[in-house]
Design a protein. Structure first.
Length: 221
């Protein structure tokens, strides 16, 4: 089953909790500042942080297994406050949509980013989480150095709810994604355009959302 969805990108951080992201930095590499997107039926449009269900930045509490959150200016890791988090141009396959989650350094100094972001669907004005957070796809996770204006990205796979038993999935409409940059406890809200749905219930032995490690450049696949 083929399905494409429109993606709207957002800048800004917000006060939403429940998910943190892990880090790992076996080696360092310079990131490409290329922010072009691959040709596909999925598009991204800039919006403002006011699109988020709520405003501000909070620390996460009770997050599910995505890292301890130790990023700081002192250790040179990229902070949520200094990152523009957006959804890049995506693609669609049989029963899935694929988009890169893009992290652009908006600070004035270089920083490093590595490993997996924490990602989940959210809905409602309060930004409540929908279903399970994204599971990690095993892969190499080198540290990426971002100069100001440069970007890194992580590939997100979104399953079409139509491939699941609706009695198990309990599909609901979602407003967007809650994204915790690697090793951060503050999240960014990334709105999604179109009629996007997610499973509100746990589907045994299934992974509706899957995330790969961060890589250099804006076009993770």
């Amino acid at each position: 089953m083929t399905r494409s969805i429109g993606i709207a990108a957002v800048a800004g951080v917000m006060a939403v909790g429940l998910l943190t992201a892990a880090c790992g930095s076996p080696r360092s590499s310079n990131a490409s500042s290329d922010t072009s997107t691959t040709s596909s039926s999925t598009t991204a449009t800039s919006t403002t942080a006011s699109s988020a269900p709520s405003d501000g930045v909070n620390s996460a509490s009770g997050a599910k297994g995505d890292g301890s959150g130790g990023a700081s200016e002192a250790n040179g890791q990229c902070l949520t406050a200094n990152l523009k988090v957006t959804a890049g141009g995506g693609d669609a396959g049989a029963g899935h949509s694929f988009i890169p989650i893009v992290f652009t350094n908006t600070g004035t100094a270089a920083c490093t980013i590595a490993a997996y972001p924490g990602v989940s669907f959210v809905t409602g004005d309060d930004g409540r989480q929908v279903g399970d957070p994204a599971t990690r796809v095993p892969g190499s996770a080198p540290a990426v150095t971002l100069q100001p204006g440069q970007a890194a990205s992580a590939a997100l796979s979104i399953s079409n709810v139509g491939v699941y038993d609706p009695a198990q999935c309990k599909p609901v409409s979602v407003r967007g994604l809650r994204v915790y940059p690697p090793n951060n406890t503050a999240a960014a809200f990334v709105p999604l355009s179109g009629d996007v749905q997610g499973c509100s219930a746990h589907v045994p032995n299934q992974e509706p959302l899957k995330i790969k490690p961060v890589v250099a450049g804006a076009n993770a696949q």
